[in-house]
Design a protein around this ligand. Structure first.
Ligand code: SF4
Ligand code: F3S
Length: 104
């Protein structure tokens, strides 16, 4: 599976949802997540993210991201169409410590 990591927070560019063949992105207030049981591991979303926030779960240290993505994918609504990014998305891109800002 692929996972959305913390650099999506407060950016939410949503380019990723347009390319996903199985519509497995779910939307919270200020970030998206991928449902790990629905993702077919195609990898097409990874290069589409302007914030480089999508990673394969085979990377070192990815386990907490899989759990985080699963938890919220089960609570949040699916998103299948691109929308405007969050205000100041470009300023938030790459900021440290964004995980604390996640809105549930
Ligand atoms: Fe969707 Fe493929 Fe990205 Fe998984 S890797 S979230 S199936 S686009
Ligand atoms: Fe987030 Fe990147 Fe998608 S910022 S909404 S994972 S394109």
């Amino acid at each position: 599976t692929y996972v959305v990591t913390d650099n999506c927070i407060n950016c939410k560019f949503t380019d990723c949802v347009e390319v996903c063949p199985v519509d497995c992105f779910y939307e919270g207030e200020n970030t998206l997540v991928i449902h790990p049981d629905e993702c077919i591991d195609c990898g097409v979303c990874e290069p589409e993210c302007p914030a480089d926030a999508i990673r394969p779960d085979t990377e070192d240290g990815a386990e907490p991201w899989v759990e985080m993505n699963r938890r919220y994918a089960e609570q949040w609504p699916v998103i299948t169409e691109k929308k405007d990014p969050m205000p100041n998305a470009d300023d938030w891109n790459g900021k440290e410590g964004k995980l604390d800002l996640l809105s549930e």
